[in-house]
Design a protein around this ligand. Structure first.
Ligand SMILES: Cc1ncc(COP(=O)(O)O)c(C=O)c1O
Length: 391
């Protein structure tokens, strides 16, 4: 049983949830520390068991919803293999992500191409490999897909509220109701198979209403599709399912409960899927970094790490409530944290750590299995975290 699976009806939400988060942080740090005994550079340590637990818990909580892991969250081959073994399918954004899946033996026809804008080259490549499902949120993209993959099965990415998410995706993608109408009209003219709707509530979304409203909007579009001679087949709930950073985030069971009435009134002929990324992999990974130096500057104590903005800690800068853990026991002090590169963007904000931190001390960042190593590069010659998946 996953230690975070608390029935909110039985355990009063507050201290119990917070304590479970603290216990989980301790567990993640102990697990990562065991791999960092001979530390030689930044590490992202992932627990294979936790990857499996996360996938299983999602599947159990959402029986009607087929999970398609969002490969972008962490495309490591060992991680993809674990989720494939657990019965998950996959969502991709690029040709490289498709290749990683094909190498694993995933069937192209089970892969969903959910990037709403794809290059003509990428479309030709995916079509040649046998990908059938493609998302879009504009008439331009519809015309592009229709010309290259006329037999494609298409799903519209609609705009939904991203309020309450830590990493909103609204604005860049998502068709407004007026644009949806133009897409339906163009699809009719081009005689393509427009048969699904998707949305994304924003990553690490703590507002369950976003999913409820998204499903309601999708249902209204299904009616329009039917009225225009199309047959709705797919509701794709996208990603955004949060992990527990503080214990105040909705659990996957609570999200399932919140959307259950809307899903119950959906015809059985409509396949329901989701694209969890962070939920599957985030809580399975702990990033380990090392202090390279300290300094007094501008009346602040600065602490420089061997990895930073470019090396997997981007979300720390974006205000995610990550916990920083040290093996030292000094009194907590506010440090100005920075990465090792010469770039001024590589400054990570003010964070509490023991006041006696020194060069070569390790700093642990639990809950960073998603969007850390996958967003990292070796700018300035500082290596991106090495990823290890441990049994
Ligand atoms: C199309 C799409 N699906 C799924 C995801 C995964 O989202 P999350 O990791 O928040 O679950 C993303 C993330 O950006 C996305 O763009």
């Amino acid at each position: 049983m996953n230690p975070l699976s608390v029935n909110p009806k039985v355990v009063p939400f507050n201290d119990a949830s917070r304590l479970l988060v603290e216990e989980d942080v301790r567990r993640q740090v102990a697990f990562a520390a065991a791999q960092a005994v001979d530390y030689s550079g930044p590490l992202l340590v992932l627990s294979e068991q936790r990857l499996r637990d996360n996938a299983r818990r999602f599947i159990r909580a959402m029986p009607r919803v087929r999970p398609h892991f969002a490969v972008k969250a962490n495309p490591d081959a060992a991680i993809l293999k674990v989720f494939f073994e657990e019965g998950a399918e996959f969502e991709i954004a690029s040709s490289a992500e498709l290749d990683a899946l094909l190498k694993l033996g995933v069937r192209a026809r089970d892969v969903f191409y959910s990037n709403p804008i794809k290059s003509p080259t990428a479309l030709k490549y995916a079509a040649a490999k046998g990908v059938q499902w493609y998302s879009l949120d504009s008439v331009d993209e519809l015309q592009k897909i229709a010309a290259i993959v006329p037999q494609a099965k298409l799903y519209i990415r609609i705009e939904v509220s991203n309020e309450g998410s830590s990493w909103p995706l609204a604005g860049k993608f998502g068709a407004s109701p007026a644009v949806v109408d133009t897409i339906i009209a163009a699809a009719k003219e081009l005689q393509v198979d427009l048969c699904g709707v998707t949305f994304h509530v924003g990553s690490q979304c703590c507002n369950t209403e976003n999913w409820v409203e998204g499903i309601k909007s999708a249902k209204a579009i299904f009616e329009k599709l039917t009225g225009n001679g199309f047959t709705p087949q797919l509701l794709n709930l996208g990603g955004g399912y949060p992990i527990q950073f503080t214990g105040t985030e909705p659990t996957i069971e609570e999200i399932s409960l919140a959307i259950s009435a809307e899903l119950a009134s959906l015809p059985e002929s409509i396949q329901v899927m989701a694209e969890p990324g962070r939920y599957f992999v985030g809580s399975a990974g702990c990033l380990v970094s090392q202090v390279v130096g300290t300094a007094n500057r501008d009346q602040a104590r600065w602490l420089y790490l061997d990895t930073g903005y470019y090396g997997g800690l981007m979300e720390l800068v974006q205000g995610f409530p990550l916990k920083l853990v040290s093996e030292r026991t000094g009194a907590a002090e506010l440090w100005a944290l920075a990465g090792p590169t010469c770039d001024s963007i590589d400054v990570l904000g003010s964070h509490y750590l023991p006041n006696n931190m020194q060069a070569e001390d390790l700093v642990f960042f639990p809950n960073l299995g998603a969007y850390s190593s996958s967003c990292a590069c070796d700018f300035n010659g500082f290596p991106a975290p090495k990823l290890v998946v441990v049994d």
